[in-house]
Design a protein around this ligand. Structure first.
Ligand SMILES: N[C@@H](CCC(=O)N[C@@H](CS)C(=O)NCC(=O)O)C(=O)O
Length: 219
């Protein structure tokens, strides 16, 4: 499909991967700027006008400038026709169930757990060392991802019973990050990851977002 005036900013992180992946699922052409975090590129005058928070990803759709990866993927999924095997809710109850999953993944797994581990682990030279906080954030990830599994049928294929959705895009990127952090993933999360990583849109997005990185390292 033609670009429809879409421009995406950012590569190289799990948060930028979410947006490339959603764009690929929708089969959209888009312009992109391959800027990366902590290179100074998010502090350029041009970029700061788009996002004073100096963070990638950013999506421009015509005059609309959107930040925050979950908001971007939700917007894209509701704006462009999804493929047949991608679920976008049209009623409030289904949307509430989807929101519950997305907010859970973003708050409990991404913000409270993975952000803490990253900031006070790998990036401790900037944000300060806090080994106990890192350890407890890892335990928290295991506990809360286990709680998520308790609510799902044992043979679940996707988080929403209706099929693949933005909640899977968000969870997949968090599970990949967790694995890099050395957090053990409870069964059947490894099989879930491996299955969804077969999606052609994921593979294309991975290649665009992580040029030169082997897909095998992601699953
Ligand atoms: N909540 C934001 C977080 C975005 C974010 O933290 N981006 C990082 C890379 S993963 C970044 O751009 N960091 C550059 C900086 O802080 O200057 C989202 O989900 O989009």
């Amino acid at each position: 499909m033609a670009s429809d005036d879409l421009t995406m900013w950012g590569i190289g992180t799990s948060r930028t991967l979410r947006v490339h992946w959603m764009l690929m699922e929708l089969g959209l052409d888009y312009a992109f700027h391959a800027i990366q975090s902590r290179t100074g590129e998010t502090r350029s005058e041009q970029f700061l006008k788009l996002n004073p928070k100096h963070k990638i990803p950013v999506l421009q759709h015509g005059p609309l400038v959107l930040t925050e990866s979950p908001a971007i993927v939700a917007y894209l999924s509701e704006t462009f026709p999804p493929p047949a095997d991608f679920f976008v809710p049209s009623d409030t109850v289904a949307r509430a169930r989807l929101n519950e999953l997305c907010f859970f993944v973003m708050m409990e797994l991404d913000a409270i757990s993975l952000y803490v581990i990253r900031r006070h682990g790998d990036l401790s030279a900037i944000y300060g060392k806090a080994p106990r906080a890192v350890e407890s954030a890892k335990e928290y990830f295991v506990d809360l991802s286990g709680a998520l599994l308790k609510k799902l049928p044992a043979d679940f294929e996707t988080l929403m019973p209706e099929g693949m959705s933005i909640a899977d895009i968000l969870l997949m990127t968090c599970l990949a990050h967790a694995q890099v952090c050395g957090i053990p993933l409870a069964e059947p999360l490894p099989a879930y990851r491996a299955r969804i990583a077969q999606r052609p849109a994921f593979r294309r997005a991975f290649a665009r977002n992580f040029p030169g990185r082997r897909l095998e390292d992601a699953s």
